[in-house]
Design a binder for this molecule. Sequence first.
Ligand SMILES: Nc1ncnc2c1ncn2[C@@H]1O[C@H](COP(=O)(O)OP(=O)(O)OP(=O)(O)O)[C@@H](O)[C@H]1O
Ligand SMILES: CC(C)(CO)[C@@H](O)C(=O)[O-]
Ligand code: BAL
Length: 277
Amino acid sequence: MKTIETGSTLRAELAKLPKPLVLVPTMGALHEGHLSLIRRARELAGPTGTVVVSIFVNPIQFDRASDLEGYPRPMEADLAVCEAEGVDVVFTPEVSSMYFPDRSITVLEQSLSQTLCGATRPGHFDGVCTVVLKLFLLSGCEIAVFGEKDYQQLAIIRRMVRDLNVPVEIVGGPTVREADGLAMSSRNVKLTAEQRADAPRIRKALLKASEALTKEEILQIASEEISASPLTRIDYLSLVDAETLQPVDDLNRPTVLATAVFYGDVRLIDNIQISAR
Ligand SMILES: Nc1ncnc2c1ncn2[C@@H]1O[C@H](COP(=O)(O)OP(=O)(O)OP(=O)(O)O)[C@@H](O)[C@H]1O
Ligand SMILES: CC(C)(CO)[C@@H](O)C(=O)[O-]
Ligand code: BAL
């Protein structure tokens, strides 16, 4: 396994390796959710293709300084995990090698990012799109794999690739969960024992609500179940069209029930698909 730290050498190094080139972009603190994406990348690359994992905590997608500063960065353990998974190349750039101090170009998404995380984390998806486009250009990858836990992110990246004619195939991977249903997330390690024990209520709430028949009932059940704990604070809870991510009036098309919940300073997200009624 090769570790490359600067963008300027990445593309030239990767061009020498066998195709297809499959990229898994991450912010590190790797868990089973990431591993499922790496394994999917290997399937897509085949035994002779090249799997690249990027580990970069992208400062321009954070809206809270405390979240950025406190983001877990266990680099040695992450490299060991990548090695054990048979990753070919890990790209670990410094912030200074990714961004010029006077950078002035950003990728703006102006529709899908108006709801959910985009509404409560202004500028977040502009930061995500900008870094993901840079990672695509720096690596020259043909395929990139993203998780469905970050449903809105996946939809926005698909839109970016469509709208900007980016020659990268986007593949989604299902959300991997702890045994108690909590979606795996790098931020889970920041929960206290009490918060961690309570957090599976998010998944339970979404599952229970997804059985209801009307929009109002779905939102009410999910809201009550999550708010029943004094440890939670709902950042958003929304029912949106699965494709446009716009709020829906009825359930005659596939929708997604998505939420972000704060436990203290730790913000967790999850979502569930709701079929048309
Ligand atoms: N539980 C999971 N199942 C499947 N994919 C996941 C899961 N968690 C994260 N991913 C995916 O891994 C990629 C990298 O995400 P990231 O490094 O931000 O991890 P994370 O666990 O989502 O961290 P956090 O939510 O705390 O920022 C993204 O495509 C994300 O959707
Ligand atoms: C896609 C990503 C690596 C861009 O920084 C990040 O948003 C993430 O880890 O989901
Ligand atoms: N997984 C999404 C990255 C973030 O929360 O910034």
